[in-house]
Design a protein around this ligand. Structure first.
Ligand SMILES: *Cc1c(COP(=O)(O)O)cnc(C)c1O
Length: 328
C-alpha cells in the first residue's frame, strides 16, 4: 500500500469486480469504475477527490476545466463542484452551430456549471484561456483552480494510485490475483496512476493501456511526463522512461469520439453477450482492443494462457446518451 495525501470524499468506493461470461483465452474480470457514482460516474471522480481537496486547501471557490463537448471529466467536475460547495466553469471544444442539449451537457446545465464554447482552433490555447478566466475571477474576488484536460496531472494521478491500492484489497476480498490490469487511455492519468501503484508497491503485475486517440508513442511520452511529476511530488526519484510503459496501438479507429461501423457492431454484440454497457468513445474501443489482442497476440496482454486479466471500466455512460442515433 502506498500512503497518499488526504482527499475530499466524492466517489462510492470500493467499486465491485465482476467475472465476464466469455473469456477469450484469459480469465477476464471487469472493475466497475462506471459505478463510482450516478452523476459522478466513471474514472474522473477518483482524480477529482484529490484535486478538490487541494483546491479547498488553497482556498479556491471555482473549479475551471476543459475538454471535448461531451467530456465526462467536465461533467464530473460540474457535479463535484456542487457537492463541494464550489462553482464550475467548463471550457468545451465544439465546432457545431448550436450547443447540444443531450448527454453530459444536459447534466452540466442542470448542475449550474458555466459553459464557454471554443472552436477546435482556439482549443490549442486552452491552457491560456483557462488562465485568463482564472484572472477574471480574481478580479471578482474569487480564487479559481484550473484543472488540465482529463484531470491528468501530478495530483490527479493519486486517484488511480488509490485505485491500485483498492485492487490489492479486492484481490483478498475476491480471492483472486490479477496478472494484468488493462485500462483505456484518453489523457493518460488512469494508466499513470495504475502504473505508479504497481511500480511503488513492487506488486509485479503488468499494466497495459489501450489508447483511443493519438498514438501509443505519444502516450508513452505523455504518461512518463505526468507519472514523473507525481513521483517528484511524492519525493521519489522521477526517472521513468517511455520504454517502461505497455501501450497497445491500433484501436483509436477514426480518432477521438469518432466511431466506425465495426466498433458499433462490436458494442451491440458485447452488450447482449455480457450485460454490461460500454461507451463508444472510450471503454468500447479499448475493450474491443483487449478482446482482439487476446485473440490474436495474447502475449501482449498476459504471459500465460488463462491468466487473470482485470479490465477497468472507466465509465462514459452519459456519452452513450449523446450518441444513441449511432446504435439504430
Ligand atoms: C476520461 C476517460 C477515460 C480515459 O482516462 P484518462 O485517465 O484520461 O486516460 C476512459 N474512459 C472514460 C469513460 C473517460 O471518461
Amino acid at each position: 500500500m502506498i500512503t497518499l495525501p488526504d482527499k475530499y470524499k466524492l466517489a462510492h468506493l470500493p467499486t465491485p469486480i465482476e467475472a465476464l461470461k466469455q473469456q477469450y483465452g484469459a480469465n477476464l474480470y471487469v472493475k466497475r469504475d462506471d459505478l463510482t457514482g450516478m452523476e459522478l460516474s466513471g474514472n474522473k471522480v477518483r482524480k477529482l477527490e484529490y484535486l478538490v481537496h487541494d483546491a479547498k486547501q488553497k482556498g479556491c471557490q471555482v473549479l475551471i476545466t476543459c475538454g471535448g463537448i461531451q467530456s465526462n471529466h467536465a461533467r464530473a467536475t460540474a457535479v463535484a463542484a456542487v457537492k463541494a460547495g464550489m462553482k464550475a466553469h467548463l471550457v468545451l471544444r465544439y465546432d457545431g452551430d448550436s450547443l447540444p442539449r443531450r448527454g453530459n451537457v444536459f447534466i452540466e446545465r442542470q448542475f449550474g456549471a458555466k459553459i464557454t464554447i471554443i472552436s477546435p482552433q482556439q482549443y490549442r490555447d486552452v491552457e491560456q484561456i483557462m488562465a485568463d478566466l482564472a484572472a477574471d475571477y480574481a478580479k471578482e474576488g474569487l480564487k479559481a483552480y484550473p484543472i488540465r484536460v482529463g484531470a491528468s496531472n501530478a495530483i490527479g494521478n493519486f486517484g488511480y494510485i488509490n485505485a491500485f491500492n483498492e485492487i490489492l484489497e479486492d484481490e483478498r476480498r475476491y480471492g483472486v490475483s490479477f496478472d494484468t490490469i488493462v485500462c483505456t487511455i484518453g489523457s493518460g492519468g488512469t494508466y499513470s496512476g495504475l502504473f505508479l501503484g504497481n511500480y511503488l508497491t513492487g506488486a509485479g503485475k503488468r499494466i497495459v493501456g489501450i489508447n483511443i486517440c493519438d498514438t501509443a508513442d505519444y502516450f508513452k511520452t505523455e504518461v512518463g511526463r505526468i507519472a514523473n511529476q507525481t513521483l517528484q511530488l511524492l519525493g521519489k526519484p522521477a526517472d521513468l522512461v517511455a520504454e517502461q510503459f505497455e501501450i497497445i496501438d491500433g484501436f483509436a479507429g477514426r480518432g477521438y469520439a469518432l466511431s466506425t461501423d465495426q466498433e458499433i457492431e462490436f458494442f451491440k454484440q458485447i452488450v447482449k453477450q455480457e450485460g454490461i454497457l460500454f461507451d463508444p468513445v472510450y471503454t468500447g474501443k479499448a475493450f474491443r482492443g483487449l478482446v482482439t489482442t487476446l485473440t490474436e497476440v495474447p502475449q501482449k496482454i498476459v504471459d500465460k494462457p488463462n491468466g487473470n486479466v482485470l479490465f477497468v471500466h472507466t465509465g462514459g455512460l452519459f456519452a452513450v446518451f449523446s450518441k444513441e442515433d449511432l446504435f439504430y
